[in-house]
Design a protein around this ligand. Structure first.
Ligand SMILES: [Zn+2]
Length: 146
């Protein structure tokens, strides 16, 4: 199985092809640290960080300097109620061990030819976290053909 399939399976959301029909999507990432302090990050689509889920993760990860060891000390929950998380977002959330919040679903339907991208810092973070080459992230997880 590819990284896309294994990550999608790992994400603990219920599979439901739910979509409110709107272009935009907003999500909340809830981050709890080892001392039970909670911080929320709101993510939106169209902020040059890819989908809303990735925008929220970008803000959090950028805040901790993309530090893999530090990342492991937090527990994360993502709540996205406008529409189901797409297959790519779900796979990344699954690999990172993010828990699905209330009324948060996942969908493996492809969205046509829309390209999926995440910030370069995020790509190298994933490669470090999953202990693989960035090329594998690009091809297997993000579905780039070149
Ligand atoms: Zn997505």
């Amino acid at each position: 199985m590819s990284l896309l399939d294994t990550g999608y399976d790992k994400f603990d959301a219920i599979e439901k092809h739910h979509n409110d029909g709107a272009e935009s999507c907003s999500v909340t990432l809830t981050v709890t640290d080892s001392e039970d302090d909670v911080e929320n990050f709101d993510g939106e689509t169209g902020k040059e960080h890819g989908h809303a889920e990735m925008d929220a993760l970008y803000q959090f990860l950028n805040g901790i300097g993309w530090d893999v060891e530090q990342f492991k000390t937090y527990s994360l929950t993502l709540t996205c109620q406008d529409k189901a998380c797409c297959k790519h977002c779900s796979a990344i959330l699954g690999h990172l061990g993010v828990t699905a919040g209330e009324k948060t679903y996942k969908s493996n339907r492809t969205m046509g030819k829309t390209s999926y991208s995440i910030h370069p810092s995020f790509r190298s973070f994933l490669a470090k976290y999953l202990k693989c080459k960035e090329e594998k992230i690009r091809v297997e997880l993000l579905g780039w053909t070149t």
